[in-house]
Design a protein around this ligand. Structure first.
Ligand code: AGP
Length: 616
């Protein structure tokens, strides 16, 4: 993970770097640092912990900040070595001429380190990055040219990297390189930018060049040169960035997570727009590139994703099997990679990812691509690595999601999967397949934004429940059927931002082991939606109550006779079982949010996590 930034131009480099890093904090936030070039000198400032600590240090270095117009910066999510100041980037070589920031993992760093140590390099940190700094410096000793030194070094490095390097003897440039880690160059007038991601530079420019793997670039104030791995100068396409700076502001909300939860009704409208054109019309999904006859040949679907995106995929399994009648396997990407998966040209593989940069999912997709399966990618970042691997790219347009806890992107993924499932069915079986159940679901999708808004307007009950249960140490979430993934996602939301030990179970599994944990100190949250599993979940609630567990019901209906079972009830708007995951999840997101907020946790940047997990 980690975020990197570089600037060259006439602004104060420190200001651009700090502002950029603040927008990259979602990639890591355990330490940070910048290097400022002025004349032939470079000053490095680093701090452990959040970016504010670095900002405090820089307040005492105003003289340097005022005169430096070239610099590189980094925000870290530790992989090699503790999150200490010494391990924070930038890293330098022994003579301190070369300074480097890095995102990624150098797999052969031990091997390289031993060679470099034998040659006399002395290491200050435990990081793999410092190895790269010494290596590039060694190559500089042979070439006296930073571009050539970088080109030679990256050929010796195995693993993933995005690098930004500056050198005291070439003070008018930043040299960059990338492989399996994102890197974008922002183009300005008399200034240029480098970053791991667009939010870091969007306030300065809307034009950018995305570097491809194994390319090395020289970024100067008025020019950019990019070379491929054969040292050939290439012209990369200039792309226009899709985001507004306002999309990365809190807009008056206390946290990004709360803002993003509130954006969900609009997200649903966005995803449906142009695709769901009425309950009697077929779904339009031009982005899906298989023809009806090719769809008819699909014998299986594999959904690969991680975390919250995986939970969306689990809902997807339920609805694709129901409508398209194709068997679906859902698997965490990290598990998919290391076994002999069976896929062929009749397999539809769906990769789901908010960021489009999750390393496990990228690796799994690359692996299955070789088997000639059709790759559909559902992502919130149409500019991501995963998007570029897609045969069919289904962008979800939820807008930039800043909070580490995924909320609106999950909603967008769910809606995308509803559309895809109905689309596959309609393409496979023709318009006659649009039966009453499908029409009802389409109608419910159209009405979903107002249901979400109604829920958000009446959040005080959720707030009350959150306060009541905030001090419990453990939580169990149960549900069955299409809401089983909702239970998993609700538990994930709670644990990741409040650090409460929360686990989701299929309600029917409770009696096969987890019930042993139940007593008055273990609240059980049950998702109860009218439909095929309603009575079964209710029985599971009885079983939990009989073990003195505190019971919270999240439900669209409860008979008067059953109210006694529950300590607290959160009512959601009525609707079918099929649409209910998209309604229930809003309650679970809010509950997790209010508990974490009540406990005073760092909601948007929970400990040990990062938004974009770019390491396997
Ligand atoms: C969700 O709240 C988490 N932050 C995490 O599980 C996330 O969903 C996972 O890392 C996958 O990320 P992606 O969707 O960007 O691939």
């Amino acid at each position: 993970m980690c975020g990197i930034i570089g600037y060259i131009g006439s602004r104060k480099a420190s200001e651009v770097l700090i502002s950029g890093l603040s927008h990259l904090e979602y990639r890591g936030y355990d330490s940070s640092g910048i290097a400022l070039m002025h004349g032939n000198s470079v000053d490095v400032y680093k701090a452990q912990g959040k970016l504010v600590n670095l900002i405090e240090i820089l307040k005492t270095k105003q003289d340097i900040c005022d005169i430096s117009h070239i610099g590189i910066g980094h925000i870290r999510w530790a992989t090699h070595g503790l999150p200490t100041t010494v391990n924070a980037h930038p890293h330098t070589c022994n003579c301190k001429n070369l300074t480097l920031v890095h995102n990624g993992i150098i797999e052969n760093y031990q091997e390289l380190k031993e060679i470099l140590q034998k040659e006399g390099c002395i290491f200050q940190s435990q990081t793999d990055t410092e190895v790269a700094a010494h290596l590039i410096a060694r190559e500089y000793g042979k070439t006296n040219n930073l571009l050539k030194a970088m080109q030679s070094a990256v050929k010796q490095i195995k693993g993933a990297f995005a690098f930004c390097a500056i050198h005291k003897l070439e003070p008018d440039k930043i040299v960059v390189a990338k492989r399996n880690a994102p890197l974008v160059i922002g183009l300005g007038e008399g200034e240029n930018f480098v970053a791991s991601d667009i939010p870091a530079i969007i306030e300065y420019t809307k034009k950018a060049i995305y570097l491809s793997d194994n390319e090395v670039g020289v970024v100067e104030k008025n020019s950019i040169q990019i070379f491929d791995e054969n040292d050939k100068l290439i012209i990369n396409k200039v792309e226009y960035l899709p985001f507004e700076a306002v999309a990365i502001s809190k807009m008056g909300y206390k946290h990004f997570m709360l803002k993003e939860i509130h954006e969900q009704s609009d997200v649903v409208r966005n995803v449906l727009s142009g695709k769901l054109l009425g309950i009697n019309n077929e779904i339009k999904l031009e982005e899906f590139k298989l023809t009806p006859s090719e769809i008819n040949k699909i014998t299986r679907v594999q959904i690969i994703a991680c975390g919250t995106s995986l939970h969306a995929g689990m809902v997807g399994k339920y609805i694709i099997e129901k409508f398209a009648k194709i068997p679906v396997d859902v698997e965490p990407s990290s598990e998919y990679i290391y076994r002999d998966t069976i896929a062929d040209e009749n397999t539809l593989v769906i990769g789901i990812s908010q960021s489009g940069e999750t390393a496990d999912t990228i690796t799994a997709i690359k692996q299955v691509k070789e088997k000639k399966s059709h790759i559909a990618i559902i992502t919130n970042r149409a500019d991501s690595t995963m998007a570029r691997l897609a045969d069919s790219l289904l962008p979800v347009n939820a807008g930039i999601e800043v909070s580490v806890a995924a909320t609106k992107s999950y909603m967008a993924q769910l809606i995308s999967l509803y559309l895809l499932s109905i689309f596959l069915m309609e393409q496979k079986f023709g318009p006659s397949a649009i039966n009453d159940e499908v029409k009802t679901l389409k109608q419910e999708l159209i009405e979903l934004p107002s249901k979400i808004e109604a829920l958000l307007e009446n959040a005080s009950n959720i707030q009350r429940v959150a306060k009541k249960y905030a001090n419990y140490k453990d939580f169990i979430f149960i549900a069955r059927g299409i809401n089983y993934p909702s239970a998993l996602e609700g538990a994930l939301k709670l644990k990741e931002i409040s650090y409460i030990n929360a686990t989701g179970y299929g309600a029917g599994e409770l009696k096969h082991g987890p019930i042993a944990m139940l007593d008055e100190n273990m609240p059980v949250l049950a998702i109860l939606n009218t439909g095929i599993v309603y009575d079964k979940v209710l029985s599971n609630c009885e079983e939990a109550k009989a073990r003195q567990a505190k019971l919270i019901g999240v439900t669209n209906y409860i008979a008067d006779k059953d109210v006694r079972l529950f300590d607290d009830i959160i009512t959601v708007p009525s609707g079918s079982d099929l649409i209910s995951p998209a309604v229930n999840i809003v309650v679970l997101q809010l509950l997790a949010y209010y508990i974490a907020e009540y406990l005073g946790k760092d909601v948007d940047q929970p400990r040990n996590l990062a938004k974009s997990v770019t390491v396997e």
